[in-house]
Design a protein around this ligand. Structure first.
Ligand SMILES: Nc1ncnc2c1ncn2[C@@H]1O[C@H](COP(=O)(O)OP(=O)(O)OP(=O)(O)O)[C@@H](O)[C@H]1O
Ligand SMILES: Nc1ncnc2c1ncn2[C@@H]1O[C@H](COP(=O)(O)OP(=O)(O)OP(=O)(O)O)[C@@H](O)[C@H]1O
Ligand SMILES: [Mg+2]
Ligand SMILES: [Mg+2]
Lengths: 219, 219
């Protein structure tokens, strides 16, 4: 599904630089369930943003289903991403002015899916994460863990083949974390490809493969 | 230090209501180290916001050092809070347009402390959390865990008697979490009062007292 070839991401800092990723080679196969682990600031989120083509590498190539994504115009990249990838951001990125229901439905909003189907799917996704009765509230009226669960529901609404989730249980207690991991296990059993970032050892052990990141290097 | 007497917090929801806190009585003694634990959405952050008088209860009283805070005007409450309490928000609440250094120095900005001392204290606080070299960057240029550490540095800069921290290690790997817990242990040994919200069992065991919250009730 994914192949990163000699990818680096470098940011300017005063008179030096921050090498968030440093010559990374990585392949993710169809149907794989992997966990990315590593210290704070080591490059995990940067790696996920590049894999989901939310961010461009400073150098190197990103292949998705064999196609070099940097050759595509940015609107084509967004179409591929929206149709094939569900992304759960570390900071949730919910839109404060939309309701919980509208946030969840967002990935389907710009597709040809009929309104009635979108509403049903949004309700089902919120039910899956235990928040069926909060659709009319705004994200600002939810707790930290509830917002995280809305972000997960949104990422799953268009039934993506590939799910990239950045610390999906970081704000959850053990019961809700177990609920979300059961959900991910079912999606994996269904043949979808999952890549999670986590610093929770129990979550990392769920995955079949652990990818370690340290100072921008991947092992 | 703190006493909550029959405190409730209720939000409207459609034709019903959400009882975030339901007739809570709680005392926190000077020099105590307590952990608040409970499921997502159970009322932990609401409890912390009321304890730090960031939010007003729907009914009941909050006493701080024996004084009823609801009798004070809101600007007086803010002065007491700024001088005596260090607060680490679950969502960090860093100001995006200020630098990391300016964010850290913020609690001292409106006091009579000389500029030179403020700058030294901000550098020392960032050093304590392992981010000495990122003072010139903006919060948007940091990773999730790095932002959390800046929020901790900011909460400690005015050497508050009382520290309220909402999931302070939620975005940290085990090494950085241990660094922050060592810092909290030192502050506790120094005689300060600490109240942490956490769903990490190791962090909860650090505290001398566990306060359980479930559906707005405190046990
Ligand atoms: N402004 C609001 N309007 C309506 N409901 C609210 C509001 N703020 C909080 N709530 C509700 O109050 C309850 C308690 O929220 P709180 O943020 O205290 O939970 P929490 O225990 O901190 O959860 P988490 O572990 O997910 O952070 C939740 O059900 C939440 O949705
Ligand atoms: N826009 C930017 N400008 C400068 N440096 C950046 C920028 N974005 C990220 N970085 C730096 O790149 C490094 C990697 O960041 P990244 O967010 O990938 O870390 P992470 O492994 O996800 O950490 P965490 O576990 O704390 O979320 C960090 O040192 C971070 O400060
Ligand atoms: Mg990250
Ligand atoms: Mg909370």
């Amino acid at each position: 599904v994914f192949e990163l070839q000699d990818v680096s991401k470098v940011y300017p800092m005063g008179d030096g630089e921050v090498r968030a990723l440093d010559h990374v080679d990585l392949q993710i196969r169809e149907g794989e369930f992997s966990a990315i682990i590593g210290p704070s600031g080591s490059g995990k989120s940067t790696l996920m943003h590049i894999m989901g083509f939310m961010d461009q590498p400073t150098s190197g190539k990103v292949l998705f289903d064999g196609e070099d994504m940097s050759r595509l115009p940015s609107n084509k990249r967004a179409l591929v991403r929206n149709a094939k990838i569900g992304f759960v951001f570390q900071a949730f990125n919910l839109l404060p002015k939309l309701s919980v229901h509208e946030n969840t439905a967002l990935p389907l909003r710009y597709t040809k899916t009929p309104r009635k189907i979108i509403a049903e799917r949004a309700r089902a996704a919120l039910e899956m994460v235990g928040l069926a009765n909060r659709g009319d509230h705004s994200p600002g009226q939810l707790s930290g863990g509830q917002r995280q669960r809305v972000a997960i529901a949104r990422a799953l609404i268009n039934e993506p083949r590939l799910i990239l989730a950045d610390e999906p249980t970081g704000n959850l207690d053990s019961e809700n974390a177990a609920l979300i991991m059961d959900l991910f296990d079912r999606l994996h059993a269904d043949g979808r490809t999952l890549v999670l970032v986590t610093h929770d050892n129990e979550v990392a052990e769920h995955a079949r493969r652990q990818i370690r990141v340290q100072d921008g290097h991947v092992h």
